[in-house]
Design a protein around this ligand. Structure first.
Ligand code: IMP
Ligand code: MG
Length: 179
């Protein structure tokens, strides 16, 4: 099946699961190489990054820690641009090398907000790993250090991404069909 319906919208297959897994493995290999000497603290942004986090961390072979934060900014298929509070940022961050794990960097609003908050705790370094980036939607100066795929500015679901609560469990990534 190359199309699915979620709520009122149709989606077509965009990135198949095998391609996602292969790319996640490549990103893990890069991180394993870069963090041989220091234990990184992964900060995973819920809900969207849960599958990316799980699959990536299964391929991380260096010692590491993982923590989860939550902040919601999204309703429907349009970013509201409003970022709420960060819940769960209680790990010892001072002098640590931090890797933020995101499902997607869209406007960059969430990432900028999170970077600012984490910086207050004086880490030695902050990097961003994101499975997806929409370069043409970026409104903030955000650098993604470990990137899975650059994608066009169309609404996506699957592999953690939802459309009004549905679709996070899908193994593939789907793109909204044009009407
Ligand atoms: P940003 O703050 O605009 O960069 O948006 C970040 C968050 O919006 C992501 O972590 C996602 O949860 C959500 N998001 C952005 N684009 C999409 C999409 O195409 N589908 C579903 N969620 C999205
Ligand atoms: Mg997210």
């Amino acid at each position: 099946m190359n199309t699915i319906t979620i709520h009122d919208k149709q989606f077509s297959l965009f990135i198949p699961s095998e391609k996602i897994q292969q790319r996640v493995e490549e990103l893990a290999a890069q991180i394993n190489f870069d963090y041989k000497d220091e234990i990184p603290l992964f900060i995973s942004v819920l809900n969207g990054a849960f599958l990316f986090t799980a699959d990536l961390l299964k391929k991380i072979t260096v010692d590491c820690q993982v923590s989860f934060v939550k902040l919601t900014s999204y309703q429907g298929t349009q970013s509201s641009g409003v970022v709420k509070n960060i819940i769960g940022l209680n790990e010892e961050i001072a002098n640590r090398r931090i890797i933020i794990l995101e499902d997607i960097v869209d406007s960059g609003n969430t990432a900028v907000h999170l970077l600012k908050e984490i910086e207050k705790h004086h880490p030695s370094e902050i990097k961003i790993a994101s499975l997806l980036l929409k370069p043409t939607a970026l409104k903030y100066d955000v650098k993604v250090d470990y990137l899975g795929f650059e994608v066009p500015d169309n609404f996506l679901v699957g592999y953690g991404l939802d459309y009004n609560g549905l679709g996070r469990n899908l193994n593939d990534i789907w793109t909204i069909s044009m009407e």
